[in-house]
Unconditional design. Structure first.
Lengths: 112, 121
């Protein structure tokens, strides 16, 4: 049950787009369409941003989108805003019958 | 709207145990699954395990097998996470989260506010 691999940091200017990758294996990301993404501001609890690879909960701006290809999932944030600066974590079910959960190591997004 | 409220910060000695609570309001507690996720200082999120209160069944991440016990009290809509044989590396913020896994999809939402557990001699 190894952590999913994310870049440690990404950055972009306001209005630009950034993409955060999340690489796993055929036993987790590649095996299930159950990838979710969480935003975490310092000192706060994580907040759900994307689930089931590309679904957006109500209240999450459509600037946030998700996708998956093979064993790699991606979160794209378009039209970057200052408040998007945060840590982002991907998450996938894993194991037989999706019995386990694994998170990525997290990516720090800096809005320049 | 579901809300999860966790117990307060704890300071524990190495070798002792800690029990963190997570009280739910809104919705039907017995139909939830509650997962526990921890975050060491400056580190990422780590899933520890879950409980399905309606079934009374828990399963745990391999790393914590034998050291963690997750339970639920349906009468008070409260889930608990007990971690034993504490060591300094267990210093972390512990979160509970409702785990949704049904025809509407799979996700953790909402999350509790977190409970800081500090292990220090």
């Amino acid at each position: 049950q190894s952590a999913l691999t994310q870049p440690r940091s990404v950055s972009g200017s306001p209005g630009q787009s950034v993409t955060i990758s999340c690489t796993g294996t055929s036993s987790d990301v590649g095996g299930y369409n159950y990838v979710s993404w969480y935003q975490q501001h310092p000192g706060k609890a994580p907040k759900l941003m994307i689930y089931d690879v590309s679904k957006r909960p109500s209240g999450v701006p459509d600037r946030f989108s998700g996708s998956k290809s093979g064993n790699t999932a991606s979160l794209t944030i378009s039209g970057l805003q200052a408040e998007d600066e945060a840590d982002y974590y991907c998450c996938s079910y894993a194991g037989s019958y999706t019995s386990y959960v694994v998170f990525g190591g997290g990516t720090k997004l800096t809005v320049l | 709207q579901v809300q999860l409220v966790q117990s307060g910060a704890e300071v524990k000695k190495p070798g002792s145990s800690v029990k963190v609570s997570c009280k739910a309001s809104g919705g039907t507690f017995s139909s939830y699954t509650i997962s526990w996720v921890r975050q060491a200082p400056g580190q990422g999120l780590e899933w520890m395990g879950r409980i399905i209160p309606i079934l009374g069944i828990a399963n745990y991440a391999q790393k914590f097998q034998g050291r963690v016990t997750i339970t639920a009290d349906k009468s008070t809509s409260t889930a608990y996470m007990e971690l034993s044989s504490l060591r300094s590396e267990d210093t972390a913020v512990y979160y509970c989260a409702r785990e949704i896994y049904d025809s509407s999809g799979a996700r953790f939402d909402p999350w509790g506010q977190g409970t800081l557990v500090t292990v220090s001699s």
